[in-house]
Design a protein around this ligand. Structure first.
Ligand SMILES: C[S@@+](CC[C@H](N)C(=O)[O-])C[C@H]1O[C@@H](n2cnc3c(N)ncnc32)[C@H](O)[C@@H]1O
Length: 207
């Protein structure tokens, strides 16, 4: 059983071939409706500070950050070099498969915010990755997980295919709780009307 009591196969997926193959070719598309992307940007505008050092995990060519705000640092980690090279917000980027290497190549306490946008469903070792997120977050820093409902099904872990939206949010909340360092976890529904839904799970690292 996993830490939340789910069977181990819930953390596997139909396509267990190397993720490097699946993400080899860049995809310069958006994965959710424009109104939903606008709502993500709005949330970031409300909650991020220009002085923040941001880590965009599972990054691509778009980070949804408000255009008018410059941030102290924006780092990206994802699977495709071409996508991240064309992301105008990234100051630095690393290609790394978190399902084979869940440790993060960053120093302790080096980010104020770690975000994962519309990608959490692809992590097969989420508890290891979240332990690393807690390590790289500065005291009082925040983790923001952005979720919707569109997925690449064959690469999505069964938990995210089988659980209802509220249960998926609880699962992500559990990823944070189990670090023992991420607290004050909120689940927010910011779904726009007539567009892809938007759920946020947000936690704060202890001071
Ligand atoms: C649906 S895209 C979302 C990209 C971006 N975060 C956004 O909001 O548009 C999924 C992203 O997850 C990343 N990803 C998938 N599997 C991964 C893995 N095993 N390790 C690291 N990143 C992964 C891919 O590089 C891809 O950029």
């Amino acid at each position: 059983m996993s830490r939340i009591g789910l069977p181990p196969h819930y953390f596997s997926r139909e396509d267990e071939s190397p993720d490097e193959n699946f993400y080899q070719d860049p995809r310069f598309t958006t994965h959710i409706d424009d109104a939903t992307i606008s709502e993500i940007t709005k949330y970031y505008r409300e909650t991020l500070l220009p002085s923040d050092r941001l880590l965009d995990l599972m990054s691509s060519w778009i980070s949804h950050l408000p255009n008018e705000v410059g941030f102290r640092q924006v780092s990206g980690l994802g699977m495709n070099r071409k996508e991240m090279d064309l992301n105008p917000r990234l100051n630095d980027s690393i290609v790394q498969n978190l399902n084979t290497t869940p440790s993060l190549p960053y120093a302790d306490h080096s980010y104020d915010v770690v975000m994962i946008a519309v990608s959490i469903q692809y992590l097969t070792k989420p508890y290891e990755v979240f332990s690393e997120i807690a390590r790289v977050l500065a005291p009082g820093g925040r983790c923001i997980v952005v979720m919707s409902h569109r997925v690449f099904p064959t690469k999505t872990i069964y938990a995210f295919l089988n659980l209802a939206p509220a249960e998926r949010c609880e699962l992500v909340s559990n990823y944070m709780e189990e670090t023992g360092q991420i607290i004050e976890i909120d689940i927010l529904d910011r779904s726009p009307r007539h567009a892809d839904p938007l759920w946020l799970v947000v936690g704060r690292k202890t001071k």
